[in-house]
Design a protein around this ligand. Sequence first.
Ligand code: F6P
Length: 359
Amino acid sequence: MKIGLLTGGGDAPGLNAVLRTAVLSAVNRGWEVVGIRHGFAGLLGEPDIMPLNRSSVSGIAHLGGTILRTTNRGNPLCFPVKCDDGSYVEKDCTDELIENATKLGITALVAIGGDGTLGIALELVRRGLKIVGVPKTIDNDVSGTITTFGFDTAVNTAIEAIDKLHTTAESHDRVMVMEVMGRHAGFIALHAGVASTADVILIPEIPYDIEQVCEKIISRDREGHNFSIVVAAEGAYSKADMSGHSSATMEHRAIRAGSVAERLTREIHNGTGKETRSLVLGHLQRGGAPTGYDRLLATRFGAAAVTAIQNKKWGEMVALQSPNLVTIPIEDVLREPKRVDPEHDIVQAARATGISLGD
Ligand code: F6P
């Protein structure tokens, strides 16, 4: 038995802990393991692989990033191939990928990634490869699992930043707007905002009204709290933005990092007259050592993925459905992305403590 491990999409704290556990679980079964570098792209052209053994995964569980490297541009189903005239065309390179995997003697693959990587894995399973998935993303937007590793670390990084913004905002009687990641999901903003007692939290699942946001800030001033903290998900948008658009259009629009913070800062200053500053937390949320929670979850996922291979769960993904780890069909996972339920108790707790959701 020879298995291949790969990490795809954006990195997330905990990837190395998954790799370490998967390698040790496989080696302890007497299996051989190879790492495929740069996601599925590492199986195209001249394969970019490295043998993995006990010593190659020693001392990595607490490290951020991925020893296998990753990319969010290596989709073999539409891979950019250079033409003679120097231009690029997108080609379906799955036949080449499958041929390379077969030549390398890889019996099965563990694909660790978010919805993009899992979607590629599912297509490759349909074309004959044996793959199990492990959900990864700081955004926590993968269905079927209560949480993904990387999310807790990102939330803690955001909380630390908001705590620091609090003291400077209060000292200067300012409004501080902090934009966090999450793509089209508001989990990081909601969890970090509630835990750090932000005053306004804006998430894509609850379109905001800028007048309500400004009213909240002005009412705090009236009560003698002359500063406010606004935490906005990068995917947040206003009710006005929605006019004439379906929610599906809003889901698929491109997100430009920093644009939400930039816009809110301008609009809040104009609407309240208050000095307003912004911070785009950006990739800090993806870096650093995984929290204890993420390390443990990643370790559980790594072990469960190897068990899933042993049980021939091709096309399935390991998932946390507390208190159990289960495997579920990737097809079901991808049917609908996970989003914040606007009625969730965390949203209700936010409202109960006076946090404005901007609606
Ligand atoms: O999916 C993880 C994520 O960090 C998102 O939160 C963010 O929108 C995106 O990746 C950023 O991607 P990139 O690293 O390509 O800028």
